[in-house]
Write a protein that binds this ligand. Structure first.
Ligand SMILES: Cc1cc2nc3c(=O)[nH]c(=O)nc-3n(C[C@H](O)[C@H](O)[C@H](O)COP(=O)(O)OP(=O)(O)OC[C@H]3O[C@@H](n4cnc5c(N)ncnc54)[C@H](O)[C@@H]3O)c2cc1C
Length: 282
């Protein structure tokens, strides 16, 4: 289907982009277009103005500032895979980017777009919650920084509202004693997830987030507490995740029943925890 007629703007600066987004209620940011153009073709979204972020080179940057990895919202998944800063400070981001879809999607699709969509089956929302990331959002009213847990508010909904531009994703750099893991079941080798879990440990303190079991990533706080300070081997991890599925209320759909998703979530969490624990040991 052809796109409905839409105005197009290509700002040269973040300020100009924010001003354009704020001027029109029907304006939408265009990043890699991998999701937005498809939903426009299906007429599921009909923006009046597309504000193309392609010229905002500053938002493609990836850098380390002190103990924080700063990723511009327009950094593509391919650039995250190639980044030496990511490799040194949080390599799980590159590993996970490499498993998303195909090379065309990774070359165009941006980290900002991936999380602004907040498709519950996408790779990055649970990972960024587990890593304790934060997001910077700019609007005509100023700049605010929110935690990843606050950022995701519902299916296809985030704190990025009308007039807002997501500018930066900040991830704590991993130090000695940090280990990250992610595991799950996808639709095909590089498909979206049916269920997943991301786990991160730093000096015995855990953050675990489950994807595809609710509208937004779910922290497995009971499991985090059970693992806290423990020397985690398979027996310890199995004991910690036992019963996790029963605490969840996941959806049923054509890909998996709620019951199967509960089981997948538990198994994914176990595997992600073991991966993170092994990496933390070095
Ligand atoms: C065939 C296919 C398979 C895919 N498989 C997977 C998969 O397995 N796992 C996965 O995680 N993803 C998958 N994706 C999605 C992919 O990762 C997309 O890149 C991503 O969802 C959207 O990123 P984008 O840069 O293309 O954003 P766009 O499509 O341009 O934008 C998406 C939405 O975010 C908004 N937006 C984008 N950037 C900003 C910003 N900086 N500030 C404010 N709003 C913004 C837009 O207005 C729009 O509403 C797939 C996509 C395709 C086409």
């Amino acid at each position: 289907m052809l796109l409905r007629e839409v105005s197009y703007a290509r700002p040269a600066t973040v300020e100009e982009a924010v001003s354009l987004l704020g001027e029109h209620d029907g304006a939408r940011a265009l990043a890699g277009g991998q999701t937005l153009v498809n939903v426009m073709k299906q007429r599921a979204a009909s923006p009046d103005v597309l504000v193309d972020l392609a010229d905002l080179d500053e938002l493609r940057a990836i850098s380390v500032s002190g103990t924080t990895l700063e990723i511009g919202a327009m950094a593509t998944l391919s650039s995250i895979m190639r980044s030496s800063e990511v490799e040194v400070s949080r390599p799980i981001l590159a590993e996970v980017a490499a498993t998303v879809a195909d090379v065309q999607v990774r070359n165009r699709g941006t980290l900002g777009g991936n999380i602004c969509v907040n498709d519950p089956t996408n790779h990055f929302p649970p990972l960024l919650v587990a890593l304790g990331a934060s997001m910077t959002i700019v609007s005509a009213g100023g700049e605010r920084t929110v935690s990843a847990e606050e950022f995701f508010v519902g299916v296809f909904e985030t704190l990025v509202g009308v007039g807002d531009l997501l500018t930066w994703i900040s991830v704590p750099a991993a130090g000695k004693g940090t280990g990250d893991g992610m595991d799950g079941v996808t639709l095909g080798a590089h498909g979206t997830y049916v269920a997943n879990a991301a786990a991160s440990v730093t000096d015995g303190s855990w953050r675990i987030a489950l994807g595809c079991v609710a509208a937004v990533p779910q922290r497995a706080t009971g499991v985090e507490e059970a693992l806290s300070g423990a020397d985690v081997d398979e027996a310890v991890a199995r004991a910690a995740v036992e019963g996790l599925g029963a605490t969840l209320d996941p959806p049923s759909d054509v890909h998996a029943s709620a019951e199967y998703r509960r089981s997948l979530a538990e198994t994914s969490a176990l595997r992600a925890i073991l991966q993170a624990a092994e990496r933390a040991r070095g």
